[in-house]
Ligand binder design. Structure first.
Ligand SMILES: *Cc1c(COP(=O)(O)O)cnc(C)c1O
Length: 416
């Protein structure tokens, strides 16, 4: 089946670059290539463009431009925040984070443990929420930092970071939040969140991959993670990635100006799609607290099927979705987020994440609703996991795929 278009439902993995963002970048790929640190006039415009972008992004998260450090990605920002907390407080060798963080945190903490640091991974409830009492009890005199995400990339569940930061302040412990999934979708205010550090990544906001930032609250001590030149006021070495920084600034400006209403529309699309899926597909369930989620994310468990098979059949018809984090796709392990929420590995392996974005349309949702129910039905008909079909001993995805193609061909020829 040849594909003339794709239906993209994986916006938590990355987003399309907005055409306006690409247009803003191009002059700095073609002509504005001077080193922004150079002293001649040719470099002055380039330097100014970086500072304009810094203002645009600081407006988005309501902070002082001086509080921002451009980094290479969200992963670097998360690593750098935790690293700084540890090296500026050498007597404190304990880190608290949660079991549902992005691998940028989970695997960095694994590494820290190997280096002799101590890490507490806070568990979550079945709806993905945190027990703040337990969080508070886990803070020790030698705790350097508490790092909790603002919104989960797999389920969209939000953590009450403002309350968590207040707990940290009362205990004299630094607080970091990974806010990568939130800009545009929620209004962000670094100061009222009360955190010391906050991470963002441009490619989740219709800007390119390879550019992120770390907000460091004024007067919070900071030790550079990438050490070199005096760029970023001595807090990150390396010549600035000017075109990407300009693109990030443009994306932030667009988000600040207009995404609130866009995401109300996205939320209506998500809700319509989710309710229809739950109505049309028996034994399907939403993962995570439905009332306390990002407006764009829907993570759905389909009993008796394997998500990998669902995704393969969706891909055949041009629908892009995922079974959790793009960073773990390809491994057969069930999602660490869903298993932390208490799903059995088997159930966790049957979960599909649809994450919508500002470019999704009603037509896209209709297209998913046309294809998904028969795909799940087809897979359940042959699933050895399905108690209604105890005789199924083979789980042949290829047969299912061919059947689905035949069904579609028959349906199309009928329609013609
Ligand atoms: C995508 C993502 C990251 C990683 O950002 P990169 O720029 O890809 O390194 C970190 N945290 C969350 C929650 C994410 O969704």
């Amino acid at each position: 089946m040849s594909q003339d278009r794709f239906y993209y439902f994986d916006n938590n993995a990355t987003t399309r670059i907005a055409p306006e963002v690409a247009d803003a970048m191009i002059p700095f790929l073609r002509d504005g290539w001077a080193n922004p640190s150079s002293a001649y006039r040719m470099a002055a415009d380039v330097h100014r463009a970086v500072e304009t972008a810094r203002e645009q992004v600081s407006a988005l998260i309501r902070c002082d431009p001086k509080e921002l450090i451009f980094t290479s990605c969200g992963t670097e920002s998360n690593n750098a925040a935790i690293h700084s907390a540890l090296v500026t407080q050498p007597g404190r060798r304990h880190v608290i984070t949660t079991a549902v963080e992005h691998s940028a945190n989970i695997n960095f903490c694994e590494y820290l443990k190997k280096q002799g640091f101590e890490v507490t991974l806070l568990p979550v409830e079945s709806d993905g929420s945190l027990d703040l009492h337990l969080l508070e009890k886990s803070i020790r005199p030698d705790t350097a930092i508490v790092s909790v995400m603002l919104a989960n990339n797999e389920t969209g569940v939000l953590f009450p970071v403002e309350e968590i930061a207040a707990i940290c302040r009362s205990k004299g412990v630094l607080c970091h939040t990974d806010a990568v999934q939130t800009p545009g979708k929620l209004s962000l205010d670094a100061k009222s969140l009360g955190v010391d550090f906050l991470s963002l990544s441009a490619h989740k906001l219709y800007a390119p991959k390879g550019i992120g930032l770390l907000y460091v609250k004024r007067r919070t001590r900071y030790q550079a993670y990438v050490i070199g030149g005096h760029q970023e006021r001595g807090r990150r070495g390396g010549t600035e990635n000017v075109p990407h920084i300009v693109g990030f600034g443009k994306a932030a400006e667009m988000a600040f100006a207009g995404y609130a209403s866009e995401y109300q529309r996205v939320k209506r699309l998500r809700d319509r799609m989710e309710s229809a899926i739950l109505d049309q597909i028996p034994n399907s369930f939403v993962n995570g607290d439905r009332g306390n989620r990002l407006p764009n994310t829907s993570n759905i468990a389909f009993e008796f099927v394997e998500a990998e098979a669902v995704l393969m059949l969706l891909d055949q018809v041009g629908i892009c979705a995922s079974s959790g984090s793009a960073c773990t796709t390809g491994s057969l392990d069930p999602s660490h987020v869903l298993t932390a929420m208490g799903l059995t590995p088997m159930r966790a392996r049957g979960c599909v994440r649809f994450s919508l974005g500002i470019y999704n349309t009603e037509e896209d949702v209709d297209y998913v609703l046309l294809h998904l129910p028969p795909i799940i039905q087809r897979l359940r008909d042959i699933s050895p996991l399905n108690p209604a079909h105890p005789d199924n001993d083979s789980y042949d995805i290829e047969t299912a795929r061919l059947k689905h193609e035949q069904d579609l061909a028959a349906a199309t020829s009928k329609a013609e």
